[in-house]
Design a protein around this ligand. Sequence first.
Ligand code: NFM
Length: 223
Amino acid sequence: MQAKITVTETWLRKHRHLYDGATRHPFIRSIRDGNIDISAFKTWLGQDYIFVRAFVPFVASVLTKAYKGSDDGNGDVEVILGGVAALHDEISWFKKEAFKWGVQLSSIVPQKANQEYCRFLESLISPEVEYTVAAVAFWAIETIYQESFAHCLEDDSKTPPELKETCQRWGNESFGEYCNSLRNIVDRQLEKASDDVITKAEATLLRVLEHEVDFWNMSHRRT
Ligand SMILES: Cc1ncc(CNC=O)c(N)n1
């Protein structure tokens, strides 16, 4: 029997152009082609550290919603908890990496695109935002990084050796499997969601894609 087309699949087909814009951004292409401007990379590093700090309470709120969503026979909480644990490691990694590149994390001022993205995350923490909607944002945020950085690790890529570790962080296979688990969670939720929630979730996905593109733009254009 043919596997059923999932909601996320429908969305990704429908919004392919915007999705590719987020996962194949010029910033990512420049890493992959080996002509990245290191100052752009450092900008990204410092800004992303601030983003990740704001991402933690958002993910914690998704965890809370998964728990309260009660019918968690599917292990949603454990998958999300794995995400929280990975973020703990990631924050240490950012500190180490910043030191390596001479980026002073304590003096980084969040740029406008970053502030707006963080504010968007905060809005999703609200208990009024349904688990399904928040989970869609979470899945999309993680997956965009996974696909973007995995692209920089493909056989024909010319990613500079000193950036490989960064790309591995999100582009590795186990992060890919984790993203698939998130996608399954999301599709299972969407399967039983009301039309209203599905509409809101799709709009949220689009906003994540836009924020991600703006985030890459911020790193790419400024030095
Ligand atoms: C702007 C942005 N989007 C997604 C991620 C990946 N999630 C956690 O690390 C990230 N670090 N930064």
